[in-house]
Ligand binder design. Structure first.
Ligand SMILES: [Fe+2]
Length: 336
C-alpha cells in the first residue's frame, strides 16, 4: 500500500456539495488543481502498476458532511469518471448503518454493521472517504489478488492447478434477457505476465447462488478452490488489515485487490464512509467474460457499475466523458 499526504487544499472555505444539484453538473464544475493533478498521477500509477492500494491521508478533517462529499468528488474528478452504484443512478453512496423494514438489508451488506466477506466491487476503482470511524471494529482487510493467486498455486498440488484457471458460474442477479441463463461463466483469476494486465474478481455468494447451483452445480475441486481463496486470504503475506482514520481516502483497484470488512459496533450510528466507484482513462483491458458485468471491456473506457439499463449508462457516459475533453486540455497545459 502506498500512503500519500493530501496537501491542505480542502479546508472549511471549500465549497459544499449541493444535494439538490444535478450530480453530473456538480462533478464537471468541480475545479482541477495542479497539486491534485500531481497526486492523481501517483495514485493511478500505484493502482495500475503497483500494489493496487493507496491511502490519501488528511483530505478533510472537518464535520460538514456536504463539504466532505465535495472533497471526495473533487479528488475523484482528478482521476476518472463516476459510475453508478445502484440501478437508480447513484454516484456517491453513504456506507453506514441504515435501519430498514427489510430484514435482509439490515442484517447484511454495507447498510448493516455486520461483517462483509471477501469480494471485489463491480468497478475499476473503489474509493472510500472515512468521515467517521466506528466505536469498535469495522477494520477493512485488503488482499493483493496477484499474491493470493501465486500463493494458492504454490499450495495446491500441480495436478489441481487447472482448477485455478477454470471457469466458474457467476449469478447475473436478475439482469437477464429472456434467452439468457441466470449466470454467466467467468474465471476468478485471469493471470498475466505483469501486474498491469492481471484481473481477478470474486464474490462467493454470486458463485454459490441457489439459482446458479440448480443449473451449474460446483464440483468438489471447485469448492476446494473457493475455500482455499478464503483461507489463504487470511495470510499476512498476501494481505493486511487497515483501520481508516477520519479524512483518509482509500483507493482500491478492484482487479488486483479483494476486500472484506469485519463487523463493528457503534453507540450512536457514527460510522460513515463515503463511496464512489470510478472508471478511468488508464484502466487495463478486461477479458471477454467481463462483458456482462462491465459492458465495455476496452482499456480506458467508461465501464462497470450497476445500471438499470443501457440507455441510462450511455447517457452518463456522454456526460462524464464530455468533462474529460476539457481535463485533457488542462492536463496538457499543466505538463508544459
Ligand atoms: Fe466492496
Amino acid at each position: 500500500m502506498k500512503t500519500i499526504i493530501c496537501p491542505p487544499i480542502y479546508n472549511e472555505d471549500y465549497q459544499e456539495f449541493n444535494e439538490d444539484a444535478y450530480f453530473a453538473s456538480f462533478f464537471k464544475a468541480s475545479k482541477l488543481s495542479a497539486p491534485m493533478m500531481d497526486i492523481a498521477e501517483k495514485i493511478v500509477s500505484e493502482l495500475e502498476t503497483g500494489s493496487g492500494c493507496v491511502v490519501l491521508k488528511n483530505s478533510y478533517s472537518g464535520h460538514n458532511l456536504n463539504r466532505a462529499k465535495s472533497v471526495l468528488i473533487n479528488v475523484c474528478r482528478h482521476i476518472g469518471w463516476p459510475v453508478s452504484q445502484t440501478p437508480n443512478p447513484n454516484f456517491l453512496e453513504e456506507i453506514t448503518f441504515k435501519p430498514s423494514s427489510n430484514i435482509l438489508s439490515t442484517s447484511r451488506g454495507y447498510r448493516s454493521r455486520a461483517s462483509i466477506p471477501l469480494h471485489t466491487d463491480r468497478c475499476d476503482l473503489n474509493v472510500l472517504l472515512c468521515f467517521a470511524q466506528a466505536g469498535n471494529g469495522g477494520t477493512t482487510r485488503i488482499v493483493n489478488s496477484v499474491k493470493l493467486y501465486d500463493k494458492i498455486k504454490e499450495n495446491i498440488p500441480t495436478s489441481k492447478h487447472n482448477i485455478i484457471d477454470s471457469y466458474f458460474p457467476f449469478s447475473r442477479h436478475g439482469e437477464t434477457t429472456e434467452r439468457e441463463k441466470a449466470f454467466y461463466l467467468s474465471k476468478i483469476f485471469h493471470s498475466a505476465s505483469s501486474t498491469s494486465k492481471f484481473v481477478a474478481h470474486y464474490i462467493r455468494c454470486f458463485i454459490e447462488n441457489d439459482n446458479v447451483k440448480k443449473d451449474y452445480p460446483l464440483n468438489g475441486p471447485m469448492i476446494e478452490l473457493l475455500d482455499a481463496i478464503d483461507q489463504h486470504a487470511k495470510c499476512t503475506d498476501v494481505g493486511f488489515n487497515l483501520t481508516l482514520s477520519k479524512g483518509d481516502i482509500l483507493f482500491l483497484n478492484s482487479h488486483t485487490t479483494l476486500h472484506s470488512r469485519e463487523a463493528y459496533q457503534d453507540q450512536k450510528n457514527e460510522r460513515l464512509l463515503l463511496r464512489m466507484w470510478l472508471s478511468h482513462p488508464f484502466s487495463r483491458p478486461l477479458p471477454d467474460d467481463f462483458s456482462h458485468a462491465f459492458k465495455n471491456i476496452a482499456p480506458g473506457s467508461y465501464r462497470g457499475g450497476i445500471w438499470d439499463n443501457d440507455k441510462v449508462r450511455i447517457f452518463y457516459q456522454t456526460q462524464f466523458l464530455h468533462a474529460q475533453h476539457e481535463d485533457q486540455l488542462l492536463h496538457a497545459q499543466h505538463r508544459k
